[in-house]
Structure formats: C-alpha cells, structure tokens
Design a protein around this ligand. Sequence first.
Ligand code: GLP
Length: 262
Amino acid sequence: MEVIIQNKTEDACHLTARLIADAIRIKPNLVLGLATGRTMEAVYGMLAKMHQEEGLDFSRVITFNLDEYIGLEPEDPCSYRTYMNEQLFNHININMANTHLPLGNAEDPDAECAAYDKKIADAGGIDLQLLGIGRTGHIGFNEPLSALRSRTRCKALTPGTIEQNAPLFDDPKRIPRRAMTMGVGTILESKRCLMLVTNAEKADILAKAVEGPITSMISATAMQLHEHCTVIVDEEAAANLEQKEYYNWVFANEPEWEKYQD
Ligand code: GLP
C-alpha cells in the first residue's frame, strides 16, 4: 500500500483522475472499476473535461461499478446507475453497453450478484478499481463483518450508512435498507486499486483503515492485503496518520511518482 497526501482536496481528486486517464491511455480497453459518493464527483468532472479538452478516449473502456441499492429501478433518480450517467457516462464517449452496475430491481438479486461476478471474470477481471470509503470504513457496501473473501452479494446497510446517504434521497424514508455490492474478495482480485479519501470527517476512519489491524469490521482494512493499492488523500483526511512523514518522503523521492509532482 502507498499513501499520497495532497495539500488540497482538488489536487487529490486531480491526481486520481490523472492516474485513471494514464491507465486508459496505456490500455484503451481498460476494465475500470468505479465508485459512487460525493467524493468522486470532482474526479468524474475532471475525467469528463479531459475527454472534452484532451480527447481522452473512453470508446473501448469497460466499467463495473461497486454497488447498487436493492429495489431501485435503474431510472430512479437516486439509483447509482443514474448517478453514474449524470456524473460521468453522459459526458464521455463511452459505449453504454460497456457500463455495468448490478441491477437494483432484479427479480432474483442473488442470481444477479453471481452473474455480476461472472461478467467481471468474463471481461478478464478489473484492471483498475476506484474506491472511496464510507464513514463506517466500508468499501463498496461491505458493511461490518463482511468476509474478507466475500463475493458480490446482497448486504444489509447499517443505520450509520443509511443516515450518511439519506440526504441524497428526496424522501429519506425511501432509502433502501439493502444493497448489492462487490465483495471484499472480488475487490481484492482487481489488479490495481486507487482509494480516494478527502475531508476531515474521514480522518479517523482513514487512519484505522491504513494503519490499524486488518478486520472484517472495517472492510477498508482489507486493502492492506492488496498488492498494488494507492491511497490518495487530502491534508484534512490525513490528519490522524502516524507515518505521514514517511509517506511524504516516498512520494517525493520514488521515481515512479516523479511525473506527478507538479
Ligand atoms: C457509499 C458508497 C461507497 C462510498 C461511500 C462514501 O456508501 N457505497 O462506495 O465510498 O458512499 O461516500 P462519500 O464520498 O459521499 O463520502
């Protein structure tokens, strides 16, 4: 795992967008794992701008989102499908047939989850997975006690997660209590992971995720098991990290990061 601390939130988002764009330039048919949440909105705005201004080409990119609420139709204004269309897909030249999210209103959610893992495998696995972190320390919707080897499946949301995401619903009572989410094991199979964490409200959970013991109570700690996970944070989110100086030294001195110094 490596941790990159950027002074400003905007810089953390920009570095994340640049790393995704570079991965697409190297492999135009990249299999890209995507995340939702307020943190990602700036990243998607920057990627859309790179498409419009620099011709970043998404025509062959294949995407898989981490999760979707159970019970919402894709067209629901609060579904993650709508979020993705509005934040990113409608602004780039992606082939919509290549964009995947679990179907929230599937008749058989368990079968939908199993089929989702199969689709990922059939695409050759995820090359680059973008991740945020929930206030409870979840990745995707892998709530406490998510097995570290779990596959895409249905998961009940904690009251804390429901409260955190309720403002995004017109009527907070409409927020589903369950979601389909890639499993921790599914996420760990991605070839590379980029975790973006910003703002002071995430400082406590980020320190636990990166420097605390691995536990299924905080699924983000599982990223310590991943061979190539880069955690990008702003100063506020980095506030409680003990080894800040070490992370800063690595970023400033390791040759692979040289071109990202500006
Ligand atoms: C939801 C998503 C997570 C995301 C989290 C954080 O719970 N399922 O994938 O990381 O929200 O959202 P925000 O960026 O709004 O804090």
